[in-house]
Design a protein around this ligand. Structure first.
Ligand SMILES: Cc1ncc(COP(=O)(O)O)c(C=O)c1O
Length: 395
């Protein structure tokens, strides 16, 4: 066995991540505890996953109850109740006629592309397989979802990716129309609030315009709510505030309380185009994850819970705007609900490190944007504590 070459990490984990130093061993509410006994206030929620925080009694009870059945997985060769029950609730709460389960956000978007293409093909327009995506988008790291992701650095080492993706600027309907008029497009995909691309809410009128263009050109409209969906914006679904519904909606991160789960909500004509064998995943929608997701969904879908998220978000937005006004190093603050970005004049990494030192976990959305994604259950006091630490570290 040769020694690890100089410069290569000695970790047994593949070096695709650069984790911060603390090693976490537990969590309670909106805080994590590290091996050395230090507590950290979490404004990342595991990148938007831990919407109900850590150790939520109802989530833990659902996990225990599901474990008691002994039925963690059956595969989709057989029926189980929790996934069917959750799908009924998703159908009742939104526009779709049917739901497909998978295991992550990227998988949900890949499935959405396949569903749109099959539907477009059945509509008798075989060549209509293109996808329109937007500048600043992030849809995942698999070959189709990465092809629709506007991050040249993430894409370049792995090209060629899925062909047929056309990028347009957010806000420019004329460019979208020109693409739809000149090439065959099966689907237009957009995040109603862009996450990784810098926390950028998409104007409602642009979503309304996309809806009209997709109707006119018979393209499927996909809303990627993997990060901004399920209560994050103060609405159950982020698209609600725009007053338009998509044909397909993708969900993942917070859906199953930290267990891996994605879902694709599919409207009638597209759902009807899918047949047995057209798509599948071994793990998707297993009884354990679906049982937990049912509890998470019911908590978040409660109007009182959503009103609380909305109110906290309003307060946070006002507070961040005040903070930004007094900081020369802050270029912009933007967001909705409990999803906010603070754009700096300089790189965000040193600020994220300083906040960690101060006991606050933050993440970035691009080189110069600090992203705040606290658990949706965060209290007013905890928000104030987090802002206090931000005040110390922001330039
Ligand atoms: C909007 C959006 N779509 C898709 C993804 C990909 O999700 P996953 O990492 O679960 O594949 C992400 C992840 O950050 C995301 O923010």
């Amino acid at each position: 066995m040769t020694a690890t070459p100089a410069g290569l990490a000695s970790s047994p984990l593949l070096g695709v991540y650069k984790p911060a130093a603390p090693v976490f061993v537990g969590g309670r509410g909106c805080e994590l505890i590290a091996e050395d006994g230090r507590w950290y206030l979490d404004f990342t929620s595991g990148i938007g996953v831990n919407a109900l925080g850590y150790g939520a009694p109802d989530v833990q009870a659902a996990m225990r109850a599901a474990l008691e059945t002994g039925l963690i997985h059956t595969s989709n060769l057989f029926r189980t109740r929790p996934g069917e029950a959750l799908a009924s609730r998703l159908v009742a709460a939104a526009f779709p006629s049917q739901v497909f389960y998978c295991n992550s956000g990227a998988e949900a978007n890949e499935a959405a592309f396949k569903f749109a293409r099959k539907w477009a093909r059945l509509a008798g327009t075989d060549g209509r397989h293109g996808i329109v995506a937007f500048q600043g988008s992030f849809h995942g790291r698999l070959f189709g979802s990465l092809a629709a992701t506007d991050r040249p650095g993430y894409r370049a080492p792995f090209e060629p990716l899925m062909p047929g993706v056309h990028f347009a600027p957010v806000g420019d309907l004329a460019v979208v129309e020109a693409i739809l008029s000149s090439v065959g497009v099966a689907a237009v995909i957009i995040e109603p609030v862009q996450g990784e691309g810098g926390v950028r809410p998409v104007p409602a009128e642009f979503l309304v315009g996309l809806r009209a263009l997709c109707d006119e050109h018979r393209a499927a409209l996909i809303f990627d709510e993997v990060q901004c969906g399920l209560g994050r914006t103060g609405n159950l679904f982020a698209y609600e505030s725009a007053g338009v519904t998509p044909d397909i909606l993708t969900l993942a991160k917070p859906l199953a309380g930290g267990l891996p789960m994605g879902a694709v909500l599919v409207a009638e004509p597209i759902a009807a185009a899918m047949e047995a064998g057209d798509h599948a995943t071994t793990f998707g929608g297993g009884p354990l994850v679906a049982a937990v997701a049912g509890v998470v969904f019911d908590r978040i879908a409660d109007p009182t819970f959503l009103a609380e998220v909305h109110a906290r978000g309003e307060w946070l937005g006002r507070r961040l705007a005040l903070l930004a006004a007094s900081r020369p190093g802050v270029r912009d603050v933007r967001g909705r609900g409990l999803m906010w970005g603070i754009e700096l004049e300089a790189p965000a990494a040193p600020v994220v490190s300083a906040a960690l030192e101060g006991g606050l976990l933050l993440t970035q959305a691009g080189a110069t944007v600090i992203r705040l994604l606290p658990p949706l259950t965060i209290s007013q006091r905890e928000l104030e504590r987090g802002i206090g630490i931000l005040e110390e570290v922001l330039p």
